[in-house]
Design a binder for this molecule. Structure first.
Ligand code: FES
Length: 343
């Protein structure tokens, strides 16, 4: 299903912490919004011409008969749940921001109309897991909160570990309280009182219980710490979503031109050194859906049929990279070719 643009009304803005607010969107005339599965995100088109991606922070109940959906099948990339009444996103005001978060916090008010995309899910729960271990850093909580709510409703086994600087900086505290006792809270500041744990990430991930899947979302340093501690976990059991690309290590050189071959269509697309495969395809009138354009969301990933890819995304696992490639950022190695399928 292609993404559509929807108009929604901002129903409520609920401050969560000094710098995080929850924005609740509803249909402008009281209708139903397209449904979604936990882990989905939307594009929000903001005043000032910015477009930003935000994870949906609440998992909508499913229709009768869909109760065991998590245990049955991988959700579709667009989300397969029936319609719902509202969407909630959690947005942290970034003091350095001149774009998305500042625009939302300063210019958007309850009652405003906003354009958003339909939900898209590139960070789904995995049906085969016996236990789901969810690790959230800061506002990275939003997709994992939706996952925890869905898992609780379905009676699945899960633990949600939330890392925040202090109790005052914990967003969605009421929703987390409703998920106890599967929630463990860690605060960087000591003596945060009842309910707080001192969670040691390496100790938490030292052993990989068979059948356990790990999901993580948070700031770059948190992601690096978790991935280092889980380096010995099977790659197919670790799933992550970045807010933004990790800081480059400075080793990148000048890009080379390469050729993108569209399998089954006898089309060869030259991609110049200074453009992406998505841009080159767009120039030919072939559109590939994109969202972040930074390699973190997976929206632009298409089947990879051959060639020598230089994967540069931060969203596909090593296994997924054998069969898919993110065209907004990845290229062919050494100016060569890659063969992809574009529907
Ligand atoms: S558009 Fe997000 S990974 Fe390419």
């Amino acid at each position: 299903m292609l993404d559509r643009t929807l108009t929604v009304r901002v129903a409520r803005i609920r401050p969560q912490t000094a710098d995080v607010s929850a924005f609740e969107f509803v249909h402008p005339w009281g209708g139903t919004l397209p449904g979604y599965r936990a882990g989905a995100h939307i594009d929000v088109h903001l005043p000032g011409g910015f477009t930003r991606q935000y994870s949906l922070a609440g998992a909508e109940p499913h229709a009768a008969g869909d109760h065991h959906a998590t245990a049955g099948a991988k959700p579709s990339p667009t989300g397969a749940a029936p319609g719902c009444t509202h969407y909630v996103i959690g947005v942290k005001r970034d003091e350095a921001s001149r774009g998305g978060s500042a625009s939302l916090h300063e210019r958007v008010r309850a009652g405003d109309l906003l354009a958003i995309s339909t939900p898209r899910n590139t960070f789904p729960l995995h049906a085969e897991a016996k236990h789901h271990l969810l690790l959230a850093g800061g506002i990275g909580l939003t997709p994992l909160l939706a996952m925890a709510e869905q898992l609780q409703r379905e009676g699945a086994s899960f633990t949600l570990c939330v890392f925040a600087r202090s109790r005052a900086q914990l967003a969605f505290a009421d929703e987390l309280a409703a998920l106890a006792p599967q929630v463990r809270l860690h605060f960087d500041e000591p003596r945060e009182g009842v309910g707080a744990h001192q969670l040691d990430i390496p100790a938490l991930l030292r052993h990989h219980p068979p059948g356990t899947h790990l999901y993580l979302c948070g700031p770059g340093g948190f992601m690096q710490a978790v991935l280092a501690a889980a380096a010995h976990w099977p790659e197919d059991s670790v799933h992550l979503e970045y807010f933004a690309p990790p800081t480059p290590d400075g080793g990148a050189g000048r890009d080379e031109p390469f050729t993108l071959v569209i399998a089954g269509r006898n089309i060869e697309v030259p991609v110049a050194a200074d453009q992406s495969a998505v841009d080159a395809l767009h120039d030919l009138g072939i559109d590939v859906p994109t969202s972040c354009s930074q390699g973190v969301c997976g929206t632009c990933a298409v089947p990879l049929m051959g060639g020598h890819p230089d994967h540069r995304d931060h969203c596909l696992s090593a296994t997924e990279r054998r069969g898919r490639i993110a065209l907004c950022c990845s290229r062919a190695l050494a100016g060569g070719r890659i063969v992809v399928e574009i529907g």
